[in-house]
Design a binder for this molecule. Structure first.
Ligand code: SF4
Ligand code: SF4
Length: 671
């Protein structure tokens, strides 16, 4: 008994030592990262551990690969007990877990989950080798295969060990509770006791060696996620997905840490961004959902994370060594050495990658941090975006139109205009720059204002006092400009005592609701579809006129995925007489972006298929003759897409459809 105990102890000590050595390096690399607070909202974090990690919620959204992963994951949780048993039996062959070791239910669970792990591994091979989904392009397939074979080895040695022990009359659980192990034990029945005595330690030590080897291999491999994904989920952002962490720029404190202008080198990543890199499973779910990747752009959110991870492992240890020896090393710029500039500009910040990612990696934060450095640190951005930034700085809106024209869309409508410092009514209608200056989007502003007025809602607009919320500046990476606009708008809103805002642009809505609180602006912010749904429900808006159309509703990313508002726009449409609706194949949380978010509205789309065209092709495939939207960017982009297709599909905002149903007037495009 002493010799096996000594061998086991030596093996465990070696494995734990190697594991700890690697874990220490991984920890120190994460500690290189910049600070970010992820300690609040602990109940939400614990709830995510229960649902996303233990419940495998995100993975089970796709049944077959979800079940595959869940079988292996749950199986390993249950089989932790068999690992302890095997270690105990290496020292004392009669070892059983105290209290529960001989219970039938534990034997049944172990038997069942051992089979499920094998089924999971077989499914994984079937998916990888037979189905071969495109999402695995670029992943380390050979290493993943090795890990699967390793897991299979662990399970087969476990089954063999159990079967031999049963054949030797050493079963822990009653036969009726472990039918699989007892069934397998029959294969060993013809063998003599002497042979079985040899087989038992052979399978036992093989099993233990495979487990200890696995423990050592995983933290050194690209499949580190097995150890880190649950930690990453715990520390993931608890704010709405559309929220960006501010980069406070205090120009009066130039030496402050806060002056960091995004991520220039690997040291500029936050510790959470570094942790994200460890957690990637290379599953490619983000890649297969990405509108940029799917339309032929060079951006793959998966490859972005993998490349950053490889670079962290390459350069991180050198930085740590340099810190230890007080020497200097040349830091590699992340762009373009690790990530190509085109990759960054291709992102629409649609959030599809984050929605799909089973380990809650925050791709948008990475991309925006890299953009921030390019824009603010190096003045590098697509040339056509120069006008956007210039217009925001000089005119307060991306169109570069005079502020005096802000309320021109409302001419003849008798829309109340709030004077500077005047007390606001119940609602401040935030029109947004598109709704103020884009001809097509102005139609939406007129529809919203008309509906609110007819419903007797007490509201006013800011007119020339309203500046761009700063969303496009922030998403392109100019945090300083965003901060300036945000502070001015908050001062205006607070100056009039605004408490409730209704916005018809989801980008404005997201910024006002989720991001302005960081700048002192705390308001109750509604999207116009939410308020309209409420007014229809209360009978204050009565859609009585028929609108004969088959409408496919397109979920705007900043309304749906970023703020979980899917129901109200559909609720409004359902009340419209004569209107039939149809869903596009990609809808709801899986809706496809229109291509305009992330300041892409002001960038050329030179590579691949245009995203708006892709979306309109999808809309047309449903047979719809109208596409409903709830965002002025989507309105413009999809209308352009329809025109490019040369077909008759009409694109209209939910408010415009509702206005048609109340007034009986056919929608007249403003152009
Ligand atoms: S936010 Fe959208 S466009 Fe950007 S990487 Fe993710 S899926 Fe792709
Ligand atoms: S980032 Fe997330 S979704 Fe994308 S490959 Fe990695 S784990 Fe999968």
């Amino acid at each position: 008994m002493l010799l096996p105990a000594a061998i086991l102890l030596a093996l465990v000590a070696a494995a734990v030592g190697l594991f700890a050595r690697r874990a220490r390096l991984l920890y120190r690399l994460v500690r290189l990262g910049r600070p970010v607070d992820r300690t609040t909202d602990v109940p939400v974090r614990l709830e995510r551990e229960m649902t996303v990690v233990l419940g495998q919620r995100k993975l089970l959204q796709r049944l077959l690969p979800g079940l595959m992963h869940a079988f292996i994951f749950w199986g390993f949780l249950v089989l932790l007990t068999t690992i302890v048993e095997a270690m105990g039996q290496a020292v004392d062959p009669d070892f059983a877990l105290p209290l529960i070791g001989h219970s039938g239910w534990l034997g049944l669970l172990q038997d069942l989950f051992a089979v499920l792990v094998v089924v999971g591994v077989c499914l994984a091979f079937a998916i990888r080798k037979v189905q071969r989904p495109e999402r695995f392009v670029g992943s380390h397939m050979q290493e993943a295969d090795l890990i699967l074979v390793w897991i299979l080895g662990i399970m087969l040695t476990l089954f063999a060990l159990n079967a031999v022990r049963i054949a030797r009359g050493m079963a822990e659980a009653p036969a009726a509770w472990t039918p699989i192990s007892h069934g397998l034990a029959r294969a060993f029945d013809p063998m003599s006791p002497a042979v079985l005595r040899l087989y038992e330690p052979f399978f036992l030590w093989m099993h233990l060696l495979l487990i200890l080897g696995f423990l050592v291999y995983i933290p050194y491999s690209k499949h580190l996620h097995i150890l880190t994904s649950s930690i990453n989920v715990f520390f993931s952002n608890t704010k709405p997905r559309g929220y960006l962490t501010p980069l406070r720029i205090d120009v009066d404190a130039p030496d402050s840490d806060e002056i960091r202008l995004g991520a220039a080198t690997v040291e500029d990543l936050t510790w959470k961004e570094a942790l994200d890199l460890y957690a990637c499973t290379e599953c490619g779910r983000c890649q297969s959902a990405c509108p940029a990747w799917n339309t032929g752009k060079p951006l793959s959110p998966k490859l972005l994370i993998m490349n950053l991870r490889d670079h962290l492992f390459e350069e991180g240890p050198k930085i740590l060594d340099a810190g230890r020896t007080s020497s200097e090393i040349q830091r590699t710029p992340l762009v373009p050495e690790v990530i190509d500039e085109e990759v960054l500009w291709a992102c629409t910040t649609c959030g599809a990658c984050m929605q799909e990612c089973p380990v809650d990696i925050e791709h948008i934060d990475h991309i925006i941090d890299l953009r921030r450095n390019l824009v603010m640190g190096e003045s590098r951005f697509p040339p056509e975006s120069a006008a956007l930034l210039r217009n925001l700085e000089t005119a307060g809106n991306p169109w570069g139109q005079p502020q005096s024209q802000r309320a021109a869309w409302a001419e003849g409508m008798d829309v109340p205009l709030l004077a500077q410092g005047e007390q606001a009514p119940e609602f401040l209608y935030w029109v947004g720059c598109a709704g103020s200056f884009d001809d097509r989007a102005r139609g939406v502003s007129r529809a919203v204002a008309g509906l609110l007025r007819d419903a007797g809602v007490s509201f006013a607009i800011l007119g020339p006092q309203e500046l761009c919320t700063g969303d496009p500046a922030r998403r392109i990476g100019n945090e300083y400009l965003f901060q300036t606009l945000a502070e001015q708008n908050v001062a205006t809103l607070d100056g009039s005592g605004v408490t409730k805002i209704v916005a018809n642009c989801p980008h404005c809505f997201n910024t006002l609701r989720n991001e302005y609180p960081d700048y002192g602006g705390r308001y109750e912010v509604l999207h116009h579809t939410q308020l309209l749904a409420q007014l229809v429900d209360e009978g204050r808006i009565r859609p009585t006129q028929r609108v004969r159309a088959l409408l496919a509703y397109h979920d705007p990313c900043y309304l749906g995925r970023h703020n979980d508002i899917y129901g109200e726009p559909r609720q409004v449409l359902e009340t419209v007489p004569g209107l039939s609706t149809v869903e596009m194949p990609r809808h709801g949380s899986r809706g496809l972006c229109c291509g305009a978010g992330g300041a892409r509205m002001w960038m050329e789309e030179r590579i691949g298929k245009r995203i708006n065209r892709e979306r309109m092709d999808e809309a047309a495939s449903t047979g719809a003759d109208m596409v409903g939207v709830a965002c002025p960017y989507c309105l413009v982009m999809l209308d352009d897409g329809a025109r490019a297709r040369g077909d008759e599909i009409e694109v209209a905002d939910v408010a415009q459809v509702l206005a048609m149903a109340t007034s009986g007037e056919r929608l007249v495009p403003s152009e």
